[in-house]
Ligand binder design. Structure first.
Ligand SMILES: [Zn+2]
Ligand SMILES: [Zn+2]
Length: 143
């Protein structure tokens, strides 16, 4: 069991699994969502995710393209959300409480990275993730 929470602690959740892999996205949306160079996140099966507190204070903003940012309306932390219409939750890794031994499976949208953002993994990709299926497979979410 892995737990996580937002800055103020109002939003709390737990995962039935310890994510072994994560990815980074350097696109301009993720940059603004985080305020730094890239997003660092993983996916878990919806069945492996549970809210413990604070669902009522979660705000949501969505771009017409589908890009979505769910956040704690008290402290502004980005919080997990259901990935579009999929059976997976998107989880920002920084919210997790335990020091996980997770490995980066790749950096995406590196063409959009700022010159000051130089962090890259062995599997860097200049464009976005090909498909959700690819990402789920790479992150070994279903294993
Ligand atoms: Zn909060
Ligand atoms: Zn992105």
């Amino acid at each position: 069991m892995t737990s996580g929470h937002c800055l103020c602690g109002a939003v709390r959740f737990c995962l039935a699994v310890e994510p072994r892999f994560f990815y980074r996205c350097h696109c301009s949306l993720c940059r603004r969502q985080t305020g730094v160079g890239f997003n660092l996140a993983t996916l878990v099966k919806a069945a492996d995710f549970c809210w413990e507190a604070g669902q009522g204070v979660i705000g949501s903003w969505q771009k017409p393209s589908g890009y979505r940012n769910d956040f704690c309306s008290q402290c502004g932390s980005t919080v997990p959300n259901v990935l579009r219409q999929s059976p997976y939750f998107w989880v920002p890794l920084g919210l997790l409480d335990a020091p996980l031994n997770s490995e980066c499976i790749g950096d995406f949208c590196t063409d959009d990275a700022m010159p000051w953002d130089e962090l890259r993994s062995a599997n860097s990709c200049r464009t976005a993730v090909d498909s959700l299926e690819f990402l789920v497979h790479q992150l070994q979410v279903d294993k």
